[in-house]
Design a protein around this ligand. Structure first.
Ligand code: UD1
Ligand code: CA
Length: 462
């Protein structure tokens, strides 16, 4: 039996008060509606049908034209009318139709699978998902008869006082027998109060015409949170964050303060890593084992090896090998690569640059378009002047060099192995290996011994 999925997204998002349709606001680093699309793709091989309206038509087509079919609902006459728009597309091909509302991104695949299986097992005209919760505002109430059978759903504007007190709510997710759906929808009449054609009236129609109705009560009420306002949106974001955080805690990651820890859905984290408060991990960031990250840290699309320490710093599109550390208050920009054992202290910035194994860059410095080798010491205030106003130029700093405090390296420039620059040098020409240069502009002053590595010659920075 072929199952097709219809996702309703034609609404005007009036309550969301935004220029951008609510289903395109980000949720877990994707547009909110992506959650429904992904569920649909997991449940059915047929591409889902998106019901779009004036505001959502163009942006949703732009975003999902290759993975969905579209139908346009010209006049927004209600959820029943919206589903009816998909009839011509699906009448011949689908035996069963799962209807999802595009504003419910927290549904779990397992719940939907159970609802689909239930409809099939009971050959029901409708199987609907319900939820029992105290906060009922905005939901349709589920009506049952004396025997406990579902006989209808009443929307808030039409509900009586007694009905409003009902705590079993319509989640807004249904699996329909296709024949029943396409025959029934045209029979629905506009609701007395709002004048909308309610999809929920299909439940009463089924009950009155002697069709069977199956129901499934969802255990976790967060699954059916629908995003109508920005208050709902914030709540949904927080539920998603809690789910992700709990998953990582159960996988062996310590979160000192989950309420201020933000982990994106594509992030991976090794066990025994500790995340301190106000840590944000985004994109395809991968953090190794035994790291300590935070507090006050933002890491986007970066790779962090095992046993690294990142304190109060920002990393974007960067990589740190195992046993390296950075911070507080430093910035790795795209293309920054910090090798194993390297140390970056405070107020440092690396862009498109490598800091080699066991090299140190302790204090306010900038490396741009630079390759620095192993056991290099970048003194305080070192700047690679990589931009001449028109073009970017590379700097190469060989192994075992010592760049004295406040050195300016005017790129393109090459500092040879074991060389040393004196404090305040402006290095405009290549520095030969094992040579001390200083001055403005820097000139060779002394030959350094080949066999004595620079870090042994000078404990403190020049
Ligand atoms: C709906 C249900 C309610 C349920 C609640 C759960 C109806 C009549 N009511 O109410 O029983 O408890 O969801 O969250 O179904 N849409 C269209 N075209 C339209 C109208 C709506 O595509 O003409 C889309 C909206 O974009 C939205 C979805 O349908 O994605 C639901 O519409 P919404 O107005 O949010 O329904 P609720 O009032 O939340
Ligand atoms: Ca809604």
């Amino acid at each position: 039996m072929a199952l097709s999925v219809v996702i309703l997204a034609a609404g005007k998002s009036t309550r969301f008060k935004s220029q951008t349709p609510k289903v395109l606001h980000p949720f877990g680093e994707r547009p909110l509606i992506a959650a429904s699309l992904m569920l649909a793709e997991q449940l059915s091989e047929a591409p889902p049908v998106l019901v779009v309206g004036e505001e959502t038509d163009a942006p949703l087509r732009r975003w999902a034209s290759d993975r969905a079919r579209f139908v346009y609902q010209e006049r927004r006459l209600g959820t029943g009318h919206a589903v009816l728009q998909a009839r011509s597309l699906l009448a011949e091909t689908a035996d069963r139709v799962l209807v999802l509302y595009g504003d419910m991104p927290l549904l779990r695949l397992n719940t939907l699978q159970r609802l689909v299986d239930l409809q099939r097992a009971e050959s029901a005209a409708i199987s609907l998902l319900t939820v029992i919760r105290d906060i009922s505002q905005g939901f349709g109430r589920v009506l049952r008869d004396a025997d406990g059978r579902v006989v209808g759903v009443v929307e808030e504007p039409e509900a009586t006082r007694e009905q409003l007190a009902i705590r079993e709510l319509n989640a807004g997710i249904y699996v329909f027998d296709a024949d029943f759906l396409w025959n029934g929808l045209p029979q629905l009449r506009p609701s007395p109060e709002k004048g909308e054609i309610y999809l929920t009236d299909m439940v009463e129609l089924a009950a009155q015409s002697g069709h069977s109705i199956a129901d499934l009560v969802v255990d976790d009420s967060t699954e059916v949170l629908g995003i109508n306002t920005r208050v709902d949106y914030a709540e949904a974001i927080s539920v998603l964050r809690t789910r992700i955080n709990e998953q990582w805690m159960l996988a062996g990651v310590t979160l000192i303060d989950p309420a201020t820890t933000y982990i994106g859905p594509q992030v991976t984290i090794g066990p025994d890593t500790i995340l301190l408060p106000n840590t944000h991990l985004r994109g395809k960031t991968a953090v190794g084992e035994g790291c300590e990250i935070g507090p006050n840290t933002l890491i986007d699309q970066s790779i962090i090896g095992d046993r690294c320490r990142v304190i109060a710093s920002t990393l974007e599109h960067a990589e740190m090998e195992a046993d390296s550390d950075i911070g507080p208050f430093s910035h790795l920009r795209p293309g920054a690569y910090v090798c194993s054992g390297a140390h970056i202290g405070n107020f440092a910035e690396l862009k498109n640059s490598t800091l080699g194994r066991d090299s140190h860059m302790g204090h306010f410095s900038y490396l741009g378009d630079t390759t620095a080798g192993e056991h290099v010491n970048i003194g305080a205030g070192t700047i690679t002047c990589n931009y001449d106003g028109q073009q970017k130029h590379p700097t190469i700093i060989e192994d075992h060099t010592f760049i004295g405090s406040d050195s300016l390296l005017i790129a393109p420039v090459h500092v040879g192995k074991g060389a040393k620059t004196g404090a305040g040098s402006v290095v405009t020409r290549d520095v030969p290996p094992y040579t001390l240069v200083y001055g403005v502009p820097a000139r060779p002053k002394r030959q350094l011994k080949d066999d004595a590595p620079i870090e042994d010659q000078s404990e403190s920075e020049v």
